[in-house]
Design a protein around this ligand. Structure first.
Ligand code: AHR
Length: 493
């Protein structure tokens, strides 16, 4: 039995809704096919954006969407993607399969998608191969209300009103695909480029500097030392690779045994150590925690599905990915004093996708369902939760068996999300709730008897949440049993 104490009187910080952010890159079939089919497509669409995907995303209330990359961002020249589609430049997508990029999805189309989803745009600018002037003009084009060359160009292209632009990334992975820079060099470039990312009118841009890869702590150190005062956020990228091997086989998304199940969840938990260590460095330069840690790429990275283009990063998503998502989101909550945004990679058809498409068909992955179940936490107060997790031991390695998080919304309801990482043992909880007079408990659970269960176009609902009615709440004590390999959400009203 796991004895847990939940203190509803002790708030630990705000769980920003931006922790539930997303990422859509011009990569494989994410933007083209996954989101954008064009106005002439037989697939039902709204101004070129497919309706089935749009509907599914609306249900998630996604708070922020990052675009156009990723590595693509540092080769993207935004002026190639405006004006009549037939006249737009055709280019090579050098990072992702060397395929043609026709620029039919550009600034106007992306910002329209954000409007349709009621989501905040997060644009990644080009530092690697773009100029300061190009970056300055892009922001002017999108956000300036008055008379100016860029605002007038926007009007010529059919948009009178400026858009509101909340988040702007000054480069992406500039230690790698974004220019192979040293942190000292990038820190100077960040200072230079970000100067010209202007606030026009009432639009206030939250500027995000390119941060470290995984455990590159020196990068964080240099960026904070040299440029903290000029940034609002600093990014961090960490992917869960089942085999732990970047350069060899990463492991199949669907064909795995209990050893790879365990290794994948263990590698996921490493996110916590990374946040703690990067935060310690940030604390030295920014003890008030003004600069947000922005985990703008995370998720499972597996081998591509057999027979698909290796440059397209198309992988299936199983129950294991649901656990990866649930664990990461619980970790982000825990460090919400520093972690202000997170963007899973990626939205459709790429890496740990929420949605897969094939022609006019669409399916929701187990990862989608976790985002759906967890959305009750957005903009809530994190609650204090005391418990000791039993150990989940495989061979001679042990990790915590459960991952749990709790929050309270503005109406007073308490929401608890719990993951049981164990592949074959259930976990019983007895949770003493202090400071709450709520009586009704309801829940949903996502699980399956097969660890590699996943949804296919033939069986799209094999892994889907169902009502969970086995939680009892009596005299302030909540009792429930989590089956092996499961993700649960409970709401106490
Ligand atoms: O998400 C796929 C790629 O992973 C991104 O383009 C890049 O930023 C990262 O290496």
């Amino acid at each position: 039995m796991i004895n847990m104490k939940l203190n509803a009187g002790e708030k630990k910080g705000l769980i920003s809704r931006h922790l539930y952010g997303h990422f859509a890159e011009h990569l494989g079939r994410c933007v083209y096919e996954g989101l954008w089919v064009g106005v002439d497509s037989p697939i039902p669409n709204t101004e070129g954006i497919r309706n089935d995907v749009l509907g599914a995303l609306k249900r998630l209330n996604i708070p922020v969407l990052r675009w156009p990359g990723g590595c693509f961002a540092d080769e993207y020249h935004w002026m190639d993607g405006i004006g009549p589609a037939s006249g737009r430049a055709r280019m090579i997508n050098n990072n992702w399969g060397g395929v043609e990029e026709n620029n039919h999805f550009g600034t106007h189309e992306f910002l329209r998608l954000c409007e349709l989803l009621n989501t905040e745009p997060y644009i990644s600018g080009n530092v690697g191969s773009g100029t300061v002037r190009e970056m300055q003009q892009w922001v002017e084009y999108m956000t300036f209300d008055g008379e100016s060359p860029m605002a007038n160009l926007r009007r010529e292209n059919g948009r009178d009103e400026p858009w509101s632009l909340q988040f702007f990334g000054v480069g992406n992975e500039n230690w790698g695909c974004g220019g192979n820079m040293r942190p000292e060099y990038y820190a100077d470039l960040y200072r230079h480029y970000s100067t010209y990312v202007r606030n026009y009118g009432g639009n206030k841009v939250y500027k995000i500097a390119c941060g470290a890869n995984t455990d590159h702590f020196h990068w964080t150190e240099v960026l904070m030392r040299e440029a903290a005062g000029l940034m609002d956020g600093l990014s961090l990228h960490y992917y869960t690779i089942p085999s732990g091997n970047w350069f060899g086989s990463k492991g199949s998304a669907t064909e795995f045994g209990t050893d790879e199940w365990f290794a994948t969840l263990k590698n996921t938990l490493y996110m916590e150590e990374l946040i703690v260590k990067h935060s310690e460095i940030m604390d030295k330069y920014d003890p008030e925690k003004r600069v947000g840690l922005i985990i703008d790429e995370w998720g499972t990275w597996c081998d591509v599905e057999p027979g698909t283009n290796p440059g397209f990063l198309y992988q299936q998503s199983t129950l294991r990915d649901a656990l990866v998502a649930g664990i990461n989101l619980n970790i982000f909550h825990k460090y919400c004093d520093r972690v202000k945004m997170a963007n899973i990679a990626q939205l459709v058809n790429v890496l740990q996708a929420l949605i897969l498409t094939e022609g006019d068909k669409m399916l929701l992955t187990p990862t989608y369902h976790v985002f759906d179940m967890y959305q009750v936490h957005m903009d809530n107060q994190l609650l204090d939760l005391q418990f000791d997790s039993p150990e989940y031991t495989y061979g001679d390695v042990s990790i915590p068996q459960v991952s749990v998080s709790a929050s309270q919304d503005s109406a007073g309801a308490i929401h608890l999300t719990a993951c049981n990482l164990h592949h074959e043992e259930s976990a019983k909880f007895s949770c003493h709730i202090e400071g709450a007079l709520n009586r009704q408990v309801s829940g949903r659970i996502l699980t399956h008897t097969s660890l590699n269960a996943h949804n296919t176009f033939e069986q799209p609902d094999l892994v889907a949440p169902v009502a969970f009615e086995e939680a009892d709440l009596l005299d302030g004590v909540l009792e429930f049993e989590l089956p092996p390999a499961s993700v649960l959400v409970l709401s106490i009203n």
